[in-house]
Design a binder for this molecule. Structure first.
Ligand code: GLU
Length: 288
């Protein structure tokens, strides 16, 4: 193993406990885990519960149970956004003092003193390990809101402060988050940090190529569905690994140990990955 990233690899998985643990989240967790283990780095789990209304203890428990069942182990103590208000406040103050953010008096709405980031506009370019060079126009975002008020940070601020404090080297997450990346780059640079390397994973599609969603596909998007149906965790790990990744040959059966040795972000496809239940059944059969 050659670590051409020079720094010790540190990745994070910050799910929001706002619903049953999704198979897509399981894949994101697995890819982060495999990448970290391959490089002898760290895989950090965080609970991103900035949405107070929708976050529930039972969903949080479901995250831990699911990862444990799959055998995806994390390193270090788990950070929880709702317990870090004071820390975020310190960084909000810092951003306000340096002029990167300001308290904006809103004429209307429930939040009268929001904190906005001062966005100078233009374009942001970044390298994505899967998508290549990405360029996005940030002018339209305007001075975006980073906190409802000084005591209530929003997702972008919380997640970036956490990435900054833990020296995250790689952000590996679903493609649906690619539009969040420019705001998080602006924030981490304003905090005085280095931007991590990004890798946005292809969407997971149903067999009819529509996006896998709870509304359309019901219970079958939650990991618990497969767990209660009696699928083996080893089979699910193997199946999830093949959602967007392949080793470059015909081989399809891999233990988690073998995946750690073979996995690489460079071999991930850009196009959507089909969630093919027949294939899962076949893999599960092989394990039985
Ligand atoms: N809480 C976000 C989610 O679960 C995290 C996204 C990220 O990785 O930044 O979608």
């Amino acid at each position: 193993m050659i670590n051409f990233f020079k720094k010790k690899v540190v990745v994070r998985f910050p799910p929001s406990p706002t619903g049953p643990f999704h198979v897509g989240s399981a894949r994101t967790a697995l890819f982060n885990f495999l990448f970290a283990k391959y490089y002898g780095g760290k895989f950090l789990l965080r609970i991103e519960d900035t949405d107070k209304e929708r976050s529930k203890p039972e969903y949080e428990k479901n995250i831990f149970d699911s990862l444990n069942w799959l055998g995806i182990n994390f390193d270090e103590e788990v950070l929880k956004s709702s317990e870090r208000t004071e820390i975020y406040k310190k960084y909000l103050d810092k951003l306000i003092k340096s002029g990167s953010a300001y308290i904006s008096k809103e004429p209307e709405g429930p939040n009268r003193e929001v904190v906005r980031f001062r966005n100078s506009g233009g374009k942001i370019k970044f390298k994505d390990l899967i998508r290549g060079d990405v360029e996005m126009d940030i002018s339209e975002l305007g001075d975006f809101i980073i906190a409802r008020n000084i005591n209530e940070p929003l997702y972008h601020l919380a997640v970036t402060v956490d990435d900054f404090e833990s020296n995250i080297t790689h952000v590996i997450r679903g493609e649906d988050h690619i539009s969040n990346t420019p705001r998080q780059i602006l924030l981490i640079e304003a905090l005085g940090g280095a931007r991590p390397i990004y890798a946005h994973l292809p969407l997971i599609l149903a067999s009819d190529r529509s996006k896998l969603s709870k509304r359309k596909h019901g219970e079958s998007v939650s990991l618990d569905f497969y767990r209660t149906e009696g699928y083996l965790p080893e089979a699910l790990v193997n199946f999830l690994a093949l959602l967007g990744w392949n080793p470059g040959n015909d081989r399809e059966i891999f233990s988690i140990k073998e995946l750690i040795k073979k996995f690489s972000l460079e071999k991930i496809q850009k196009g959507g990955a089909i969630f093919d239940v027949k294939k899962l059944n076949w893999i599960n059969g092989e394990y039985i």
